[in-house]
Design a protein around this ligand. Structure first.
Ligand SMILES: C[S@@+](CC[C@H](N)C(=O)[O-])C[C@H]1O[C@@H](n2cnc3c(N)ncnc32)[C@H](O)[C@@H]1O
Ligand code: SF4
Length: 367
């Protein structure tokens, strides 16, 4: 890491079982010795990053399933973070939790170590949809996990939802959204099911909903969650005002951040790095992969990641971050996007209209 950073991602590559849709780098089970070696190596990585760290204002521990670590492993892991890094007083400290392993003793340890935001993999509260997704555990386990998070009084809770599984009806999706609204989270991530190559879902030829149905699901989710004051702020993310995920917003705005653990990415302000998605090779401290591109291409990439956000970019902020003006980067074809209502350009801002955000990828291909 060549630049100071205030945001840290840590990847924990273990899960109890692999879900049929998931292509994240993770090992189902993971032996005691693998977890022991993981804890040793991640500690060494923290030590490598620590000299460039300023007091952290965001930490995101994801995976995989961080709560798959045993209680004592989790405690050691969190202590390691505190040993190497100073946390800013209002640090947003997120940890992903799976309903299968979010036990009261784990929640207590997280809280004791400053975790103040739980991101819960809900996915669906309909057992038929869960089966179609290949998501282990019954919906009642999710309700139990929410009760536990609530009684532990975490300041922030995100719920992940997946829509568009094979044969899911709009009514079923609406019931999922309504159930999550009753949990009163301050953040919801709702993802369109993506059939990832080499996953069990792909192997059995499962299909996701087509683009029109996905758009109907998305529109319903956005409208229904507005009733509990959650506002769309990124393609797949809604939050109460002020409860947007700080770590992710930093990344979309092209901020530098550190990343530890196999398959973790990080950005030093110029180059994007990725640890190898292979536990043994990462344990052997093999060199991460570098994505080195020209400063102009990097600026263009940051323009596009910022356009994921409702409100897009303020032109001055973009210039400050990248050294390029928006005008320098925009191709002539941008005016056609504006004419088609797919891009908004003003003297101060560039944005994709909120209701067109699902088309973000296609729009950015034209930019
Ligand atoms: C690392 S997992 C969440 C934490 C924990 N491992 C769990 O599953 O509860 C991150 C999230 O990505 C989303 N996700 C993973 N694979 C996906 C796919 N193929 N399509 C859509 N969403 C997906 C799910 O919503 C999932 O909760
Ligand atoms: S969705 Fe979560 S629990 Fe399931 S395999 Fe992926 S990381 Fe593991």
């Amino acid at each position: 890491m060549t630049q100071p950073f205030a945001s840290l991602y840590v990847h924990v590559p273990f899960c109890a079982v692999r879900c049929d849709y998931c292509a994240f780098y993770t090992l189902a089970g993971g032996s005691d010795i693998q977890r022991e070696r993981y804890l040793q190596r991640v500690d060494a990585e923290f030590a490598e990053f620590a000299p460039q760290a300023v007091p952290l204002d965001a930490i995101f521990v994801g995976g995989g399933t961080p709560t798959h670590l045993t209680v004592s492993e989790l405690q050691r892991f969190l202590r390691q973070i505190h040993t190497h890094f100073t946390l800013a007083a209002d640090c947003e400290f997120t940890m992903e939790g799976n309903p299968l392993s979010l036990t009261p003793d784990r929640l207590k340890i997280m809280q004791d170590h400053g975790v103040n935001r739980i991101s819960l993999g809900v996915e669906s509260l309909n057992d038929r949809t869960r089966k179609a997704l290949g998501r282990p555990g019954a919906a009642k386990l999710v309700r139990k996990a929410v009760e536990r998070i609530r009684s532990a009084n975490f300041a922030h809770m995100n719920c992940d939802l997946i829509y568009g599984a094979q044969d899911q009806t709009l009514a079923e999706w609406a019931a999922d959204v309504a159930a999550v609204a009753e949990f009163a989270p301050d953040h919801v991530s709702m993802y369109a099911l993506s059939i990832e190559p080499f996953t069990p879902l792909a192997d059995r030829g499962a299909e996701a909903a087509d683009d029109d149905r996905m758009a109907d699901f998305w529109t319903h989710g956005v409208e229904a969650l507005a009733a509990i004051d959650l506002q769309l702020y990124e393609i797949s993310n809604l939050a109460l005002p002020g409860a947007e995920c700080r770590h992710n917003v930093d990344i979309w705005r092209g901020g530098s951040f550190a990343g530890a653990g196999p398959s973790a990415c990080w950005f030093d302000g110029e180059t994007r790095w990725r640890n190898l998605p292979d536990l043994a090779r990462w344990l052997a401290a093999e060199h991460p992969e570098a994505d080195t591109i020209s400063t102009r291409d990097r600026a263009h990439e940051i323009l596009c990641t910022g356009l994921r956000l409702v409100g897009g970019w303020e032109r001055d902020a973009f210039h400050q971050r990248t050294g390029f003006t928006v005008a320098e980067l925009l191709p002539d074809s941008a005016s056609a996007l504006v004419d088609h209502g797919l891009l908004e350009l003003s003297h101060t801002h560039i944005a994709i209209p909120a209701q067109k955000l699902l088309l973000h990828q296609g729009i950015c291909r034209e930019l």
